[in-house]
Write a protein that binds this ligand. Structure first.
Ligand code: SF4
Ligand code: SF4
Ligand code: SF4
Ligand code: FES
Length: 956
């Protein structure tokens, strides 16, 4: 039986203890009413299903029951005393009473003790009206407190205000332990403990004297769990309790967490993870939970601007003037240089609807296929590799699937930093006993996670993924660990035969690959055996797989492993790309690549093209257009002259920065649509103000193909949502787009895209979210792909010969640089750098192994020059054993770091995805910025000045 209130997917009721799976097979009576619940349910949960509220303080349904506050006592026939309903499991025929004179007296007595050590400042407390202690005091009818405040108490204890986003006020703590359990069970960080005993018991952050200095990663789970104002968001302390909320989707990473944006009037007060969120189940990380202040940062540009050249001040103009100017420039350039001299870049941070419109504008209004997206530089090899092997360019599972996995192989991904909410779920599964294999050059957090250590960490040399994956496959084939039945039934036998012969060659044996990979053969063999012999084995991978010259090969090698061991097509297994940006899956789905219409259908397919021609009322080009790197080349050759770039910062995110900026400088018209004057905008001639995710309606598609609603929380600061800007630009170009709401765009997408044909805003309201394919064959969406049959029919094994990258170490460049992200910052940092997340990471640092540092006379904090074949930059060193000797590592969140000044032009053979993860470098101690950095500073200052002049601001 379930709750009958009718709230359905939006229910926020706290059921006290977690729901248990299974049949409602145990029937009991509570206050005279019968109820049936699954075995293992608590009496409290059963009562909540009957809408019977039992007072509680230490229980909440996101955490396992703890039984410390004694507020939830009940009477049970045949039981002595007054058992706690939260920790008492139901039994058949149990008869429970939740209310009696005696219970009321006992509960009042307990509450009296709590209140006697609690400040009685409810009216001025930040939790007033939303405090469980206050509510329960009312529930139990507490009218007087017999004990004075004169005895020992905690009322004078000092607040910890060190965390930028929440305060800890110990005077209000009732030591219910919910925060400690949230940090353990929900987040998996174990940063909190209860120090002391009895009266001395206090919540204490581990590894530091205060929250900021502790191991806390600021996920907010403890704040969420706290029933009082002890742990409270600073924004609520400052502005008061919210009055209304809007459900929307986080705009940071590919986990796609659902949030309640809580507001007072029109002011956003906090983002609270939605317990009904199907990707996050009420959990969050510091970015989505707290780092939303950038949306109203003073750096936001809210007025359209134009200028003739990048040496001139910006001029603020009306939308009409800016759009007409951009359109006339595009048309002028096409007339002068030809139809193909212009193109567009879609954004993986924008909604599906917005991305769809940009590619439509390029194909229909520009009349060419020169459209690409930032997935080019991250997961384009995923699209290619999975399409070739499995038949669909997407991950196979939902995140929840990991809870069925027995062995998890994480390769080239660092979920704790880049996909934190998934990392918490994975760690939960590992604490339940699943085993972990990590293949990564760095000792990432998962390797040593508390109560969840990796069974194997294969710290391979950057650039050797394919050699490693072939070696794993070799063990599986030669030791007979493959799933013959699965392969025979589900895969193309001829392709399998070729592949089997290929990987069985001695050259792929771990013993032959050990030196190449830098990993002992025995470790490779042990990891292969563990993966292949698990009941359910799942692979999760990230940019450490794709951003290589053999990125597509590695993706195919991963798919080969999953097929060979039968680990595909059910829960707990699969091939799971951890997508970087919030909507990178969606931007690919929406036809952002130059060779594909929405739904991954080639532009040369006459039947598909005819459908789009009919729907869009134009004839469409049948040849693929330019990829982003080709656009740069063509710009430098003089044949590509104008770019419409929505929500991407290619001057910071793409490799070989000096090459990118030279290409931008060679164009006659660069139109940037963004919320800030980003690095690319410094080379722009037209600036169209973008809108943050809080300012618009639409959908994002996360890494599990889950389409979720983005809902408008506040008005667009610039007056137009991004989709409205593209509509207006199309109209200025003379191509009619007449949508009045993004739902109409989604309806068009559904009409033209077979995997989306069942998607609509109405269906999304009904389901909460939908995983594509969603169509007549799968009206409720598809949780797990390739069940029974691969999308392409038979799974196709691909030959994955290891070809070493051309980027080699030598005497001049003896170290290998690899790059990645850190938890508190996001991608190019444009958003997170404008939040208090800089408290954790205010600059990019270069991690270097102690031996390499010592050889070069470098100590922690020294400025070091990093030189590669492409360029030089200067960073501060962080001496760390997280990286192996011979490898250095940095993040790329700050433009001035110039991480991409040193990355090279090498790219994936199939997709041109840049080889960010392997750059041969040398490190030396220096005492001044690199030449590039000095030029960059000068140029940036100049551009800020031109912006100020345009806005009529005085020079600071
Ligand atoms: S914010 Fe998260 S990591 Fe920090 S103490 Fe709370 S639950 Fe633990
Ligand atoms: S800080 Fe809050 S959640 Fe933690 S023990 Fe105190 S009252 Fe309970
Ligand atoms: S895990 Fe990703 S989607 Fe979830 S809150 Fe963090 S950044 Fe947002
Ligand atoms: S709610 Fe049951 S003991 Fe605290």
């Amino acid at each position: 039986m379930s709750c009958q209130c009718g709230a359905g997917a939006s229910c926020n009721k706290d059921m006290g203890t977690p729901a248990r799976p299974g049949e409602a097979s145990i029937t009991l009576t509570i206050d005279g009413q019968n109820i049936s619940v699954p075995a293992g349910s608590s009496v409290m949960h059963a009562a909540a299903l009957l809408d019977t509220a039992i007072p509680k303080l230490c229980a909440t349904d996101s955490l396992e029951p703890f039984g410390s506050c004694r507020m939830c006592m009940v009477e049970i026939d045949g039981h002595r005393g007054y058992p706690a309903s939260c920790t008492t499991p139901v039994t058949p025929g149990m008869v429970v009473r939740t209310q009696s004179e005696k219970l009321a007296k006992l509960r009042r007595g307990v509450m009296e003790l709590y209140i006697s050590d609690h400040p009685l400042d409810c009216l001025t407390c930040s939790a007033n009206g939303n405090c469980e202690l206050q509510t329960v005091a009312g529930q139990v009818g507490l009218r007087e407190v017999r004990y004075g405040m004169d005895g020992a108490n905690h009322l004078q204890e000092q607040k910890d205000v060190s965390n930028p986003y929440f305060d800890y006020d110990p005077s209000k703590c009732i030591v219910c332990n919910r925060c400690v359990r949230a940090c353990e069970e929900t987040q998996g960080t174990f940063a909190l403990t209860i120090a002391g005993r009895g009266f001395e018991s206090r919540v204490s952050p581990a590894g530091g004297t205060d929250f900021l200095g502790s191991e806390c990663v600021s996920c907010g789970a403890c704040v969420q769990a706290c029933p009082t104002a002890t742990l409270m968001e600073k924004s609520v302390i400052q502005w008061g309790q919210p009055e209304r909320s809007v459900i929307t989707t986080c705009a940071y990473c590919g986990v796609g967490c659902s949030f309640r944006a809580e507001l007072k009037g029109n002011q956003l007060l906090r983002m609270v993870p939605d317990k009904n969120g199907q990707a996050n189940h009420g959990h969050s990380c510091v970015k989505g939970r707290f780092a939303w202040g950038y949306a109203t940062h003073p750096d936001r540009i809210t007025k359209p601007m134009i200028r003739r050249s990048i040496d001139e001040p910006w001029q603020e103009v009306s939308w009409e003037v800016a759009l007409n100017h951009a359109a006339s420039e595009f048309r002028r350039i096409q007339q002068k240089y030809g139809r193909d001299a212009v193109g567009g870049i879609t954004s993986s941070r924008c909604t599906n609807e917005e991305t769809y419109l940009v590619q439509k504008l390029v194909r229909a209004a520009f009349g060419n296929n020169n459209v690409d997206t930032c997935a080019r530089v991250c997961h384009s090899p995923t699209g290619y590799g999975l399409k070739q092997t499995l038949g669909e360019s997407a991950g196979t599972q939902s995140f929840d699937s990991v809870m069925q996995a027995d062995v998890v192989l994480v390769i080239g991904a660092n979920p704790s930093d880049a996909h934190p909410v998934f990392a918490s779920q994975l760690k939960r599964r590992l604490r339940q006993g699943a085993q972990l294999i990590v293949i990564d050059p760095r000792r990432i957090d998962l390797v040593d996670a508390i109560h969840a250590r990796a069974a194997h960490h294969l710290a391979l040399r950057p650039g050797t993924n394919v050699a490693m994956l072939n070696a794993l496959a070799h063990v599986i084939i030669t030791e007979g660990l493959l799933d013959e039945d699965f392969v025979a039934a589900r895969c193309d036998s001829e392709a399998f035969g070729h592949w089997r012969h290929f990987v069985a060659q001695p050259e792929h044996a771990p013993e032959a690959m050990a030196d190449v990979c830098g990993v002992a053969a025995d470790d490779i063999r042990a990891a292969a055996r563990l993966y292949a012999s698990a009941g359910n084995a799942a692979i999760y991978y990230g940019l450490g797989v794709t951003e290589h010259s053999q990125g597509s090969t590695a993706v195919m090698a991963i798919a080969n492993l999953a097929m060979a061991t039968g680990n595909i097509g059910r829960e707990g297994v699969g091939v799971n790309p951890l997508r970087g940006q919030n909507n990178v899956q969606g931007s690919c789905d929406m036809g952002s690549f130059p060779h594909e219409f929405p739904g991954y259908r080639h532009v040369s397919d006459d039947v598909v093209r005819a459908q789009f021609e009919q729907a869009w009322g134009v004839s469409l080009h049948n040849e693929p257009g330019l990829r982003i790197p080709n656009m740069f080349e063509a710009a430098l050759d003089g044949s590509f002259k104008a770019l419409y770039c929505q929500g991407e910062d290619i001057a910071q995110s793409d490799p070989n920065t000096q090459h990118v900026t030279a290409a931008l400088s060679a164009m006659e018209c660069v139109v940037v649509q963004d919320i800030f004057l980003n690095e690319t905008a410094k080379f722009a001639h037209v600036f169209l103000p973008g809108s943050s995710f809080l300012e618009k309606d639409g959908t994002f598609t996360n890494a599990e193909r889950r389409i979720s609603r983005v809902r408008k929380v506040m008005d667009s600061l610039g007056g137009k949502a991004d989709w409205e800007v593209t509509v207006a630009l199309a109209q200025s170009l003379g191509y009619a787009m007449d949508y009045t709401h993004p739902s109409q765009i989604m309806d068009e997408i559904a009409r033209l895209t077979p995997t989306f044909s069942g998607v609509s805003y109405t269906a999304l309201e009904r389901h909460g979210s939908l995983q594509w394919p969603c169509n007549a064959a799968a009206p409720d969406g598809t949780v797990t792909m390739h069940i029974g049959e691969f999308v392409r029919g038979k799974g196709r094994f691909m030959i994955t010969r290891y070809v070493p990258t051309e980027e080699r170490v030598n005497g001049r460049f003896p170290l290998l640089l690899t790059t990645g992200r850190i938890l508190s910052q996001y991608n190019v940092g444009a958003q997170t750098r404008r939040t208090d997340n800089v408290a954790w990471h205010e600059e990019d640092r270069l991690e270097i192994h102690p031996a390499d540092a010592e050889n070069r006379g470098i100590v922690d904090g020294d400025w070091v020059g990093v030189a590669s074949r492409a360029g030089q930059t200067v960073l501060r060193a962080k001496v760390s054993e997280r990286v192996a000797a011979g490898v250095v590592y940095t993040t790329f969140h700050f433009p001035e770091s110039g991480a991409n000044v040193i990355t090279t032009d090498n790219s994936d053979w199939a997709t041109n995805c840049p080889e960010y993860k392997v750059t041969a470098v040398e490190i030396i101690k220096v005492n001044q910025p690199s030449e590039w950095q000095q030029r960059y500073r000068h140029f940036s200052r100049q551009q800020q000045e031109l912006l100020r002049q345009g806005r009529g601001e005085s020079v600071q």
